[in-house]
Ligand binder design. Structure first.
Ligand SMILES: Nc1ncnc2c1ncn2[C@@H]1O[C@H](COP(=O)(O)OP(=O)(O)OP(=O)(O)O)[C@@H](O)[C@H]1O
Ligand SMILES: Nc1ncnc2c1ncn2[C@@H]1O[C@H](COP(=O)(O)OP(=O)(O)OP(=O)(O)O)[C@@H](O)[C@H]1O
Ligand SMILES: [Mg+2]
Ligand SMILES: [Mg+2]
Lengths: 155, 168, 155, 168
């Protein structure tokens, strides 16, 4: 398992170094092991440099940059070992329009092989979804699900 | 195995039975605050075997049973079924001939739990084994709950290794 | 100070019981002391019932309901003892359009006496602001501030 | 005392000097992810006396000095000034005759700090006293940082009393 952890880590790390600049439209990032000697206990450090900025500790990143970095890591793992489906609950909430666009582009690529279920308040995410469901509570406390066409919602 | 459908009855705010048909590709779920969107995520995690009520925002598992509203009395049972399509033949040997596999979980207010596969009572162990064998289990990187995306960057390095471990 | 704590608590609690149903368009909520006997150590419990729903523990509330409840409490304290200014950073992020509308209504009332500085990605919040500033980074890593008119931004 | 203006130079991503004129009413600040909006909030908290770098997302206070970019070298000093208007006459006696009061904080990479009131050097104590006397201090309920609104509901009951204490 030490070997499998190392192999998986290296694969995910390689992927992460591609996915990050794709979502950020530039910049670079990589994972590193805090203890190369002890693969059973080692932690995983994340080093990030947004495009045009200097390498610095992740805590100084903005709310949106942190979220997009985490998304890049999650997508990297998903690409190495896809699950049949993926549930994302309001993951796009801190992202601006440009980042939401790239986020959705990647989701749609991965959705060719896996089912993606995305809870969102963002119209941009809704516009590019294949299927839309609305959850309503006409009767207070009682949830209902309805099929939605985007023109209904935007109206 | 793709998810074909999720049926929810008596789970959290789904006091009336609802059916969510799931298609290929990207499904977006929308609606106002508090209408039940995240409750759907909780329902899917619950039917897939979540045993920790805190992971479903509850204090005890009984919290997932519809507790009543202004117009409706509380219910005595929560039930969620998830139906998988066996197109890719990934189902375990015992289910090789089925076109669909339905996993059902029920919780009674008495505390009694029921688990069923294709409407046939089984043990929790059979369900967890089914999910393990088919690789369909809700892995840490395939379910991101509301507000949890920030935890990855804020976590200590040791607390991130589980993501790699689950993929390994 | 025990007396002042009690007085302030009661004033904030009374205000909270008005502000909550205003932001939620119904329902009720109140604060309670975990230990009425020990005013120096007591904690503060929050009891919430969104409109039409049953009273339940706050952890079962939705992301947006939790945020709006916290906003109701913050606004209640602010109304009892206003500060000259208030800085809110993306507080409206988890709120749907209807809630953002009521949120902004209250902000504009309080802004008659205090300065409010709101960081937001929400067009609805921007539409009702008195002044708009845009922060840009044309040169990567270098922040600049510009005055914005909403038609520029929406374009 | 209303805020008239905030001047930022060398603080975080504000490598070039910027001036933010603040009006009455509601000012909305917008812009893409990572462009510097929350850094403005950090700058205001810092000039008002924040001593804990972790409250400004830093590990040490030196982190607030512009650290360089692809096109710019790091700077040796961060400086933020906040200018208050004394229309409501709330200023302490010493400043009764001033129309405006400017509070300035500087941090050099050497670790040396400077504090000034109306461009006249003073001690950190004079600044904290000024803010206390005028009631202008950044109270816990008047600055809500990004992502922190959820902490109020998630906090233990004992960890919420500070909100009432600050208002009392
Ligand atoms: N056992 C239960 N019985 C009845 N109602 C419940 C129960 N558990 C949770 N709820 C209700 O479900 C609502 C929360 O639903 P949910 O978290 O799915 O909202 P949401 O659509 O995700 O909203 P948001 O956009 O704000 O995240 C709460 O109002 C809560 O009161
Ligand atoms: N000392 C520093 N020197 C240079 N750049 C810095 C420094 N400290 C922080 N930054 C940069 O400032 C950026 C964060 O800015 P800020 O948090 O204000 O963004 P924001 O506009 O609030 O974005 P969001 O909408 O995502 O919340 C980061 O990219 C970070 O690299
Ligand atoms: Mg939700
Ligand atoms: Mg920010």
């Amino acid at each position: 398992t030490r070997k499998r952890f190392r192999e998986t880590f290296d694969l995910v790390n390689a992927r992460f170094q591609e996915v990050f600049p794709r979502l950020f439209r530039g910049g670079r990032a990589e994972l590193s092991l805090t203890d190369e000697e002890d693969l059973l206990e080692t932690g995983i450090e994340i080093v990030v440099q947004p495009p045009g900025k200097k390498l610095q500790s992740v805590n100084l990143l903005s709310g949106g940059e942190k979220a997009l970095t985490a998304v890049a890591l999650i997508f990297s793992i998903f690409l190495i070992k896809p699950s049949p489906f993926c549930l994302l609950d309001e993951v796009d909430a801190p992202l601006d329009d440009a980042n939401i666009g790239r986020f959705n582009e990647m989701i749609h690529e991965m959705a060719q092989n896996s089912q993606f279920i995305i809870i969102t308040h963002s119209k941009r995410t809704m516009e590019v979804a294949d299927t839309l469901y609305g959850v309503t509570m006409e009767e207070p406390g009682v949830s209902k699900i309805v099929s939605v066409r985007l023109n209904d919602y935007a109206a | 195995m793709k998810i074909r459908r999720v049926d929810i009855l008596g789970f959290k705010s789904f006091v009336d039975r609802i059916s969510l048909d799931l298609q290929e590709g990207v499904t977006a779920i929308l609606g106002p605050n508090g209408c039940g969107k995240s409750n759907i995520v909780d329902a899917i995690r619950w039917v897939m075997g979540e045993q920790n009520a805190k992971h479903l925002r509850g204090r005890s598992m009984e919290d997932v049973i519809f507790g009543g509203s202004e117009t409706r009395k509380p219910l005595g049972m929560a039930e969620v079924s998830i139906v998988f399509g066996n197109e890719d033949g990934l189902a375990p040997v015992a289910f090789r001939d089925y076109a669909e596999i339905m996993v059902t979980r029920r919780l009674h207010r008495s505390g009694e739990s029921e688990y069923l596969i294709n409407k046939s009572p089984c043990r929790l162990l059979d369900i967890t084994e089914l999910f393990m064998d088919t690789g369909v289990g809700a892995r840490a990187y395939s379910v991101i709950e509301q507000g949890k995306i920030g935890m990855i960057l804020n976590a200590k390095p040791e607390d991130r290794r589980f993501l790699i471990e689950e993929a390994a």
